[in-house]
Design a protein around this ligand. Structure first.
Ligand SMILES: Cc1cc2nc3c(=O)[nH]c(=O)nc-3n(C[C@H](O)[C@H](O)[C@H](O)COP(=O)(O)O)c2cc1C
Length: 342
């Protein structure tokens, strides 16, 4: 069974499976492994400086001949490089697909097209999807409430995707994100009207992802009920809800009566340090990368409800293969699930 969808045609990929931008967990090895397996690999460069951005885009290009995407978060509450300059670097480094989230892509669409690249925007509602289509984007990404990381929508994927599909029609391919952890979820996303699926948490648990072993251990061992949608880890990116694994930082804050920022328990605690000696405070949004040293379990451990389906750490290419065959099985198994009596 072919899984060729309009998304595959638009982005020139074999399978409608996207490794989501997962912040600093992304790296050339991860993106290239996914793209080489026929999915769409992704670099997320928001928290990299321009030099490092150029390096990772070029390095990824050297590891795969297939398309991969580069993501920028537009919310200047968290960006470390001016978006205009960062986008110039991304395009100059040769990015062919740019994905933009947490903001309006409209001011950047023409520039990206003029550079010969394609652009996708993440949305959290049908209205936002309509505006993105009017702005001329080449693909729409819906991100549902179940998603790990920072979350753009208060609507669940099952309710959001068909609404966006109704608005967008056949004009622009749609990619569904949030809560998808295996091929059954991908098949469901296609049934809801999406043309592909964008998986974040599942790809954090791959051998190539740049995250700490303790973070991956907790992902493997957590159930779908173990995440929290919160605004607690607000240092470094205030004002945007996020979904993380429940941990001692959350539980201690709840036990102390959920006080507001500035009055939370251990507000100024240093829970860990980066390789370069920078302090990570208790309510920091910093990612637990492999070289972070300290109390990893107290940090923001971003995860979607898909974490319940994230039981092991696999090579990313093998994960793409498995997701594709699971999707085929899920789709071909559908008629057998009914007795045909109507
Ligand atoms: C660790 C982590 C980091 C993330 N970083 C980004 C990012 O840099 N840019 C972005 O647009 N979305 C980011 N997201 C959101 C994902 O792209 C995606 O929408 C989400 O993971 C989908 O839900 P799932 O985790 O259930 O698959 C991140 C998610 C996680 C788990």
């Amino acid at each position: 069974m072919t899984l060729q969808t309009p998304l595959c045609d638009a982005l020139d990929i074999e399978y409608p499976v996207v490794q989501a931008p997962i912040g600093s967990a992304t790296c050339p090895e991860l993106a290239a492994a996914v793209s080489n397996a026929g999915g769409l690999g992704h670099l997320a460069v928001t928290w990299r400086d321009r030099k490092d951005t150029r390096r990772v885009v070029r390095e990824t290009r050297s590891l795969t001949d297939d398309p991969f995407a580069v993501n920028l978060v537009l919310d200047d509450a968290t960006t470390v490089v001016d978006t205009d300059e960062h986008l110039a670097t991304v395009l100059d480094a040769g990015a062919e697909i740019v994905t933009l989230s947490f903001g309006d892509a409209a001011p950047y669409v023409d520039r990206i097209h003029d550079a010969g690249a394609l652009v996708a925007q993440t949305v959290g509602s049908a209205d936002a999807a309509r505006e993105a289509v009017e702005a001329g984007v080449d693909a729409i990404v819906t991100q549902g409430l179940e998603a790990g990381g920072h979350v753009q929508s208060e609507v669940a994927t099952t309710a959001l995707v068909p609404r966006v599909a109704d608005v967008v029609g056949d004009d622009v391919p749609i990619v569904a994100a949030g809560g998808i952890g295996d091929g059954r979820g991908i098949a469901a996303a296609l049934a809801l009207g999406a043309d592909g699926a964008w998986l974040g948490t599942r790809f954090v648990a791959t051998e190539e992802a740049r995250v700490h072993d303790e973070y991956q251990r907790r992902l493997r061992e957590s159930a779908e009920t173990n995440t929290e949608y919160t605004t607690l880890f607000d240092k470094g990116w205030p004002g945007t809800p996020h979904r993380v694994l429940r941990n001692e930082t959350i539980e201690r804050w709840e036990r102390s009566g959920r006080p507001p920022a500035g009055e939370r328990p251990g507000e100024d605690d240093t829970v860990a340090t980066t390789e370069t000696g920078e302090r990570i405070e208790r309510y920091d949004e910093a990612l637990a990368t492999p070289t972070v040293d300290g109390d990893i379990g107290a940090m923001a451990l971003f995860a979607g409800q898909s974490v319940g389906l994230t039981d092991d750490v696999r090579p990313a290419g093998a994960l793409v293969d498995d997701l594709v065959s699971e999707t085929r099985t899920a789709i071909s198994g559908l008629p057998g699930r009914t007795n045909g009596d109507g």
